[in-house]
Design a protein. Structure first.
Length: 519
């Protein structure tokens, strides 16, 4: 870190209609440092990032980037600022190459031939993705994680002096996150000020040199590297009156062998390359699903909810009377039999951007709330809405506002609320805590534990190993398209899960850890 100030914000305020997103924010980032902005969902982090990037203007206060005030994204680009926003912004119908260079003609056209540009892009993207990517293919066919890399590579190619990453690691798995951190280190050593907005505590502790904490539109403090701990962050982020409840965590229950099966999959083949395998979800349990990117775990959870037709696999679920397992054939059938699915890819699979917050939450429960003559029981719907909003403490304005007026994390909470509102018996969550703040994660774990204690069952896919610890009763780790290891009890720990993700046995864990450290 140098003493050169890269970004300086003083007493910045910003409102959207009635909502005061930023009340009084101060922020200073220096050249050559990684500076995290931390706070609960809706505390104003993205608004700050947008002001720095010239996307929106502050109502009051000053914001200077490398000494200049920024009035538009074009200004920001000119002073050398690049931003990677929370949503993965790519043009699906265009090639990887076009997506990488969109908007950077000015930077490259004069100084570099198209061949040089291409080889630069190729080596960067291959390094980030960890394998060869065909630059000519259409982006639409690529998985979300590769799309995320394209957005990151687009920013890095501009050789920024200030780089803002707003929840940019949220779609990346563990190995990919390591590669991102290496890239961040490289940028930092070149003098770039890297500003990260993240809810991933492990990530913060690992890479941030300093952290600025926001609470409800105010800057409440700055932590130096040695002070960045989960306890300190929670204490500063959380309003006084909520600190006690937030500290309560859930604990995993050991699975006894005599539980009823809530759901089973026989002969599952989520990917073409998968060896068929069986899966059992005991009633009242929380089963974690893990794996490195592309190992079949994502397709597996979709298979369970019948979002996709797998290469094989018969899903059966406990019937409403709990007398036996019945076959689930289609997506509708799965929903009717009490299986709900929550996606972490809210933009593609979750929200209806044109609809209100209310509609987005209530969308699945209209049928259940039909009164005589097909009249919707609005009062009952409203009660359900209020209950779910309260349960996860969703920060909203008026329920009739569009869902897109909410912060990213609060949109995700609405989707989780939608799942609970459906009165499910099996909840399948596909990386649901992406972009969700620490306190809400804890609320979510607590609610899922209560749901399990009440006889519900949970399948929880996460790309963050820490999510399973103290929460999941069992973790099924995928490798090469099938479940490689089912871990429970003391085997649910970071090292063992990680080793299994790389296809290693439990007995091999120590050896694996040594190799990784040496590497
Ligand atoms: N365009 C907008 N219109 C109306 N309200 C908005 C708009 N953008 C943000 N807000 C509101 O401003 C507040 C701060 O939002 P912001 O996105 O900055 O939060 P955040 O800290 O980034 O949250 P998250 O962690 O969930 O991404 C929220 O209450 C949000 O609903």
């Amino acid at each position: 870190m140098t003493n050169d100030v890269a970004v300086s914000m003083t007493a910045v305020a910003k409102s959207f209609g009635e909502t005061k997103a930023l009340k009084k924010c101060d922020f200073v980032a220096k050249a050559g440092e990684v500076h995290a902005i931390v706070g609960e969902n809706g505390s104003g982090k993205s608004t700050m990032a947008k002001i720095m990037s010239g996307v929106i203007a502050a109502d009051a206060g000053s914001a200077l980037i490398l000494g200049k005030s920024i009035a538009s994204p074009v200004d920001a680009k000119e002073v050398g600022l690049a931003t990677i926003f929370q949503e993965v912004l790519v043009a699906d119908e265009a090639s990887v190459l076009d997506n990488l260079f969109v908007g950077s003609e000015d930077l490259f056209s004069l100084r570099k031939s198209s061949k040089e540009r291409e080889s630069l892009a190729q080596s960067l993207l291959d390094r980030l993705v960890g394998k060869h990517v065909d630059l000519r293919q259409n982006v639409g066919d690529l998985p979300l994680s590769v799309k995320q890399w394209i957005v990151i590579a687009r920013a890095v190619l501009r050789k920024p002096k200030v780089l803002i990453l707003d929840e940019s690691s949220a779609a990346l798995d563990l190995d990919a996150t390591v590669r991102l951190h290496e890239e961040i280190d490289r940028l930092r050593s070149e003098g770039c000020a890297v500003i990260i907005v993240t809810h991933r505590i492990a990530e913060l502790v690992r890479i941030a040199d300093r952290a600025t904490i926001l609470r409800d539109g105010f800057t409440v403090g700055v932590l130096e590297k040695s002070e960045i701990t989960e306890a300190n962050l929670l204490r500063m982020m959380t309003p006084q009156d909520r600190q006690i409840s937030a500290a309560a965590s859930t604990s995993a229950a050991r699975l006894s062998g005599d539980r009823k099966e809530a759901l089973s999959v026989h002969g599952a083949r989520p990917q073409e390359a998968s060896q068929p395998f069986d899966f059992v979800l005991p009633q009242g349990s929380i089963v974690g699903v893990a794996g490195l990117d592309g190992q079949g775990q994502d397709a597996f959870v979709r298979l369970v909810a019948r979002i996709i037709s797998p290469f094989g696999g018969e899903v059966r679920v406990l019937d409403r009377e709990s007398t036996g397992l019945v076959k689930v054939s289609t997506l509708d059938d799965a929903a009717n039999k009490g299986i709900v699915y929550v996606s972490g890819d809210r933009k593609r699979e979750g929200i209806f951007p044109q609809q209100s917050i209310f509609e987005n939450l209530a969308i699945g429960i209209y049928q259940k709330n039909l009164g005589p003559f097909g009249v919707i029981r609005r009062k009952r719907l409203k009660q359900t809405f209020a209950r779910e909003i309260e349960r996860l403490r969703v920060k909203i304005g008026h329920p009739d506002n569009r869902i897109t007026s909410l912060s990213g994390g609060n949109q995700q909470k609405v989707l989780i609320g939608r799942a609970f509102a459906n009165d499910p018996r099996v909840i399948v969550l596909n990386d649901p805590a992406r972009g969700v703040d620490l306190n809400t994660k804890r609320d979510l774990y607590r609610e899922l534990r209560l749901f399990a204690e009440g006889g519900g069952s949970v399948i929880y896919l996460s790309s963050e190993i820490e999510e399973f610890l103290g929460f999941a009763d069992r973790v099924d780790v995928f490798h090469k398209g099938s479940i490689h290891r089912s871990l429970d009890g003391p085997d649910i720990n970071e090292e063992t899960i990680l080793a299994a993700m790389f296809g290693r046995s439990v007995a091999d864990t120590m050896e694996f850890s040594k190799e990784r450290k040496a590497h």
